[in-house]
Design a binder for this molecule. Sequence first.
Ligand code: MG
Length: 381
Amino acid sequence: MRKKISILGSTGSIGTQALNVVDKHGFEVYALAAYRSIDLLEKQTRKYKPKKVCIYCDELYSDLKDRLADIDVAVLSGMEGLCEIAADSNADILLNSVVGMVGLKPTLTAIESGINVALANKETLVAGGSLVMSAAKLNGVSILPVDSEHSAIFQCLQGNSSSQLHKIILTASGGPFYGKTIDELQNVTAADALKHPNWDMGSKITIDSATLMNKGLEFIEAKWLFDVTPEQIEVVVHRQSVVHSAVEYDDYSVIAQMGVPDMKIPIQYALLYPDRMQCPTKQLSLCDYGCLTFSKPDMETFRCLPLAIDAIRKGGIVPAVMNGANETAVAAFLKGEIGFLRIAELVEYAMSAVPFKEIKSLSDVLEADAAARESVLKMIK
Ligand code: MG
């Protein structure tokens, strides 16, 4: 029987690459959801004939419904629509590749419905990691990492006992501004940041990659996914993005996962797990690279990384605050409202401005997120 997949964020960078994998391996597409890319969502709906389709922006709902009037598909919208798709256990797996905190509720909904989640939405683990992981355990649901680093770690853990895991080595490309000084970063623009050397990604994650916040988010994501302490995670800059991360065991043996920098490999591993089949990508030629380099990250210049590490050490709502502040600051930077270095300043400000609280429920996370956004917006205005 063909595996049935639902994709939240089907028109984004991960979603479209996931559909390349679907084309190759003949999955049945059960449901699709997009934020606001209505043209592409319509095309995808005509091609894959899902049973349900959702547009997150409510104001586009009637337009989408009209466009799809000739097709037998349920048209949904908003958070309600995302959660209806997430809860639908006709799908064997939900790929959650939406950007930002928006993904948290659908992730929890899928888990509560007993559906395995291929998770590309790192912000949900950052903000609500404790909730997501305990719900997954309670419901016997697998969270399959899609992020390339976490997929690498997950692959390196296969066949070994995670109780003998000593350390995680989380690799980072260093981003488009690697090697730059604070002075040089003063006037960089969103367009400069969007030129990433190795990976082709969406705009939010590309800015996060430029500030190194992406690595900070991934640090927190790794802590939750693999149940390690912050002290067990080492960030290493590896410019070529060939070693996607590594794990060190108690005997100091280190196992790394390598491949060309192409998200289709980790996406396919999550969707086909535990099977391995030919992936629609290039093969790795180590000789073409010649040498691979490794170095320490510059945490003095790129403040977002140490801020994220600090946030997970503090725990409670602090990572959710950090994430909400970062999402708001990055949106402002993309609109040209603030400079590049302001992003870290605003994140740091929000982390000190929002009072500490432990997370007991989803509302604690949502309130922390809202308070962080508000504190950043107040500083920008
Ligand atoms: Mg990554």
